[in-house]
Design a protein around this ligand. Sequence first.
Ligand code: SF4
Length: 266
Amino acid sequence: MTTYSHSRLSTFEKCPLSYKYKYLDKIKPEIPFTGIEAYMGSTVHESIEYLYRRQKKMPNDDIPLILILDKYETVWNENMSEAIQVVKEGMKKEDYFLQGKKILADYYKKHQPFDKEKTLSMEERIDVNIEGFKIMGFVDRLAVSNVTGNLEIHDYKTSGRLPQIGDLQNDRQLSLYQIGARKKYPEYNENNAEIVYHYLRFNEEFRFHKTEEELSAVKNEIVDLIQTIEFSSWENNFKPHVSKLCQWCEFSTLCPAFQNSVNHPV
Ligand code: SF4
């Protein structure tokens, strides 16, 4: 049986054909491609993970900002390759490197000395079973509030756009993680678990409590989506969805719909 993940579900929603290329045909792009935005995001994530892992290990030690920034620079340089590409005109890799550095410095200043919660884990795998469908994901950070005792599900975003509050309220990913985390950590105020989105470029955070009704709606939505995916697989019918996102798609060179749109622009 297929195990789904949030990114697998989102890939189908954005473009069924790219879902087929990636998850069913398992095509590896001839020229590997990673957008620099995603690269900067993953390097920032790794640096934040380092920060909290270190704090968990040595809770009484101060963590100097320079240590986090050094980690960021090391990871950035070690993993940099030709596959990491800049798409936006007028931007250079260095610009994104500096953006990431600023993001980390701002986050550090806002949260230092990092004593509002106790971190339970970083990048922990969460498994959820909904009506026989298996879904898994990795939570950026699970923590318990030192003030309320609530379980907290933290997610770090490096998007350059602030979301609409309604989008966050309806967000599927963290609701899913909340369902899984509550089961895994029943000893904490699981009914009041809180979802915390960090929009790092804006140094802003958004907190939500999900009601049982909201969680139940998310479960229904996921079941509907998985059934649609499985029906498409059964019919072998995966329609392309040409959009602005195609320029970041790793399959754009082999996708007939995209190539057609380039050769015959509307
Ligand atoms: S290039 Fe666009 S239409 Fe083609 S697979 Fe990728 S996202 Fe879908």
